[in-house]
Design a binder for this molecule. Sequence first.
Ligand SMILES: Cc1cc2nc3c(=O)[nH]c(=O)nc-3n(C[C@H](O)[C@H](O)[C@H](O)COP(=O)(O)O)c2cc1C
Length: 503
Amino acid sequence: MNHSSNDTQAVKLTGEEVAKHNTREDCWVIINGRAYDVTEFMPEHPGGPKIILKYAGKDGTEEYAPIHPPDTLDKYLDKSKHLGEVDMSTVQQEEKKEDPDEAERQERIQRMPILEQCYNLMDFEAVARRVMKKTAWAYYSSGADDEITMRENHSAYHKIWFRPRVLVNVESIDTSTTMLGTKVSIPFYVTATALGKLGNPEGEVVLTRGAKKHNVIQMIPTLASCSFDEIVDAKEGDQVQWLQLYVNKDRAITKKIIEHAEKRGCKGLFITVDAPQLGRREKDMRSKFSDVGSNVQNTGGDNVDRSQGAARAISSFIDPSLSWKDIPWFLSVTKMPILLKGVQRVEDVIQAIAAGVHGVVLSNHGGRQLDFARSGIEVLAEVMPELRRLGLDKKIEIYVDGGVRRATDIIKALCLGATGVGIGRPFLYAMSAYGLPGVDRAMQLLKDEMEMNMRLIGCSSVDELGPDLVDTRGLSMHTTTITDTLGLNVYDPLVGPQEKARL
Ligand SMILES: Cc1cc2nc3c(=O)[nH]c(=O)nc-3n(C[C@H](O)[C@H](O)[C@H](O)COP(=O)(O)O)c2cc1C
């Protein structure tokens, strides 16, 4: 029987029929009430064949939906493989294996602190950790290897102290600034973080709405769980968005993504340059391994084991051969300003200026890539004096991200010469725990902190922030101390054998 999408008859497939196609050689899956023949596609699946095989002949929607934008199958699976609607009443419901943690998690959700009890960005993290699904928490919170850089990102800000001015008129404070030509209310932007639907069923559009409310810019990730168009459609009025780009080996695909983003009004292209391969995020890998049913060896004959957590599953689109030689091509295909995201030393900032890009983000990807990469704020302190010495400091805009949790962190970055800072995890945590009201409150808390601390430092507008207001002498000390409670709370070691009674 031909069930191709050209088939106009409204005959629905039955669950029984789909269930027959349950092998590597003949594999159908059901996604959102429709059946797809993924036999040929399986070896190319960025997440590897194993996860598809798990749902061969079955409904895989629950696993699929948080990771894939809704237009994925239309974009990547040939139309001839779209088999049509399935009568879902005939699909055998999988008997769900009881997840022993889920009941407890639901109970914790009932006992969540009310939103007004969150007074700072770390509070959202503490709540999110207790109420998010384990796999989602693992993906968001993990860093590379020993998570030293992830912790350092945050603690580096603790090594910078203020030299405030007194007796300055600070009656009215203006926290607004301009980023790539856009006037924003406060000098932070929502940086790109993949897989928003792991934390909130609505995904990245929640961040879009929060950014609108507070007049800040959102950077859209290439690997969002909402489709790019859904995120752009969610913006309102003259709201500004940027695009974060993972460069695909197939430059035609990359070009299409860039052109589409420009057409849809994106005002900046941030090419991620710190991820030729995604880092080993062991917490993420571990949580996948303990997933019910997935604790099996990969015997699929696939030479890359992609069963290693959400991060590795989505990474195979990234081109490791990307180099400085490619920059002129990017500049030739778009009028959007181009920025390199993930620059980590002054030499590369100077090379970026020579290459003609419009800016850089001093970033180590939130400590998720190279462990022992220095914090963005430390690199900034290295970069700016050298650029000033060379007369290059006005040539490009310099952004910094990683570990920004307080408005004092933002102020420190601006004092050292950044145009603005990117903030990632805190908004994910706020969104996961409390949805849009959480994101709204997180941004408002930062605004309130910003106004107060600008006043206390003796500056009424951001252009008054400068290096004379900070003492950075401690910045080159690379130690993680026990005052770094964020890190100590976040790292999850391997859980050893349990007592029999607890198994
Ligand atoms: C869950 C998560 C997903 C991320 N996904 C991406 C991504 O797809 N592309 C990218 O360039 N950076 C990505 N990043 C890095 C962020 O853009 C940013 O560099 C980092 O989160 C900043 O650190 P912070 O989380 O401490 O604020 C991700 C970070 C997190 C936490």
